[in-house]
Design a protein around this ligand. Structure first.
Ligand code: NAP
Ligand code: HSE
Length: 405
């Protein structure tokens, strides 16, 4: 089986490394040897022992009938989308780690794969090395899944963990995450929550069998989280995590990505560093949790190579995937009922009465700084809480974070 790898960066080079390192066991599991014939990259790798495999023209790969599987690890929507679609149209299976591509064009590319008796597989696009796409597509199909909540971005979990445990500055930890190969090319995608947003949209689409458009998912990143917020959370017995979530409730389907304060005994609270975890709730199976390294060269490449093996074992057979183009109508997230943890500049003397007038009953929190007033609201729609906050004239809101009670 001859394979082409598109992009020789963190993940693409990992795919080649996994295929070479585990060559013998992979050949047994696939029932055939798997060999990288081409590597497509813009850069030159003149000193690489693999230098003869490098090409710059995608047509060489597309026109080579020996190539049956293409592993895309370039990132971004274009030209990845065009390359992947052309490969599928030629009956070549494609595996990818590119969640931007999968979230934007997943259902279409799955259809093209089906029409051309090949496969479009994307296990590595969510949760790095964690098997989560395959379980949603097979082991959990007996269930109606009513909630998926996860820590879906390794970079931000790494940052939040280091800020909390080592008191390090945001920028400093982000640079380390970049050096370790965890972050996206433009790390704004990580820290502003866009990457987690695409991932929850992919998982929700697979759980519901219909298309959850990532653009409809209410998304907030971690850039406003301060070390002091973490100290308040610790004092209350909570941790702050960037959660991606989709809940099918009697009021409708809500999807979001947001920093959330969760109790320390919540199953996701102890998921630290680059680790990700996904909690799936089904109406028959109950709670199921998936845990592992959410980013990084070899964990991600491991998931891609597992897809390559699956594609090799299913030549000319399309593996069923439940993700139609029909769009899911998500509820406006502003209507979702939550508690807010709020920090205001000032003190109890100046703020207690105005806060009570605006919010009614609140839970006051012992301030960690002399000039702060902190409280937790009752559960109310986000829209209503925002209106109440805006009633606090001339009061500086230092932070407001969702808190699960
Ligand atoms: P990366 O290190 O930037 O690697 C991408 C490689 O593709 C680079 O060598 C790049 O070359 C090359 N490339 C870009 N455009 C190309 C084109 N048009 N033709 C040929 N080569 C091209 O990125 P990465 O971290 O490996 O990520 C790759 C994909 O996997 C992304 O979609 C990412 O979101 C996803 N992913 C990454 C991780 C992770 O931990 N890193 C985990 C899961 C998923 P230049 O550098 O010269 O542009
Ligand atoms: N930048 C991503 C993350 C890579 O940090 O989770 C894995 O998808």
């Amino acid at each position: 089986m001859k394979v082409a790898v598109l992009g020789y960066g963190t993940v693409g080079s990992g795919v080649v490394e996994v295929l070479l390192t585990n060559q013998a066991s992979i050949a047994k599991k696939a029932d055939m040897p798997i060999e990288v014939k081409y590597i497509l990259d813009i850069r030159d790798f003149k000193d690489s022992p693999l230098k003869d495999k490098f090409v710059k023209d995608m047509n060489i790969i597309l026109n080579d009938e020996e190539i049956k599987i293409v592993a895309e690890a370039m990132g971004g929507v274009e030209p990845a989308y065009s390359f992947v679609k052309e490969a599928l149209l030629k009956g070549k299976s494609v595996v990818t780690s590119n969640k931007e591509l999968v979230a934007a064009h997943g259902p279409e590319l799955l259809e093209v794969a089906k029409q051309n008796d090949c496969n479009f597989l994307f296990e590595a696009s969510v949760g790095g090395g964690i098997p989560i796409i395959r379980p949603l597509n097979s082991a959990l199909t007996a269930d109606e899944i009513y909630e998926i909540t996860g820590i879906l971005n390794g970079t931000t979990n790494f940052i939040l963990t280091k800020m909390k445990t080592e008191g390090r500055a945001f920028e400093d930890v982000l640079q380390e995450a970049q050096a370790l190969g965890y972050a996206e090319r433009n790390p704004e995608a990580d820290v502003e929550g866009h990457d987690a947003c695409r991932k929850i949209a992919i998982l929700a689409s697979l759980a519901l069998g219909e298309h959850v458009d990532y653009k409809d998912v209410y998304t907030q990143g971690i850039t406003k989280i301060q070390k002091e917020d973490m100290d308040y959370a610790a004092q209350l017995g909570y941790s702050i995590k960037l959660l991606g979530s989709c809940k099918n409730t009697p009021d409708g389907i809500y999807a979001s990505v947001q920093p959330t304060m969760i109790l320390n005994n919540h199953p996701l609270a102890t998921v630290d560093d680059v680790f990700n975890a996904v909690l799936v709730k089904g109406n028959m199976v109950g709670d199921v949790m998936f845990y592992g390294r959410g980013a990084g060269k070899l964990p991600t490449a491991s998931a891609m190579v597992a897809d390559i093996i699956d594609a090799a074992k299913h030549q000319s057979t399309n593996i069923m995937c439940f993700w139609s183009r029909e769009k899911v109508a998500l509820e406006a997230y502003e209507g979702c009922k939550v508690h807010y943890f709020v920090r205001l500049k000032g003190n109890a003397l100046t703020h207690e009465q105005v806060v009570q007038e605006a919010f009614g009953k609140v839970e006051c929190i012992a301030p960690l700084k002399a000039d702060e007033y902190a409280f937790i609201t009752e559960c109310a729609p986000i829209q209503e809480l925002e209106e109440k906050l805006s009633q606090l004239k001339d009061v500086e809101v230092i932070s407001k974070i969702y808190i699960e009670k």
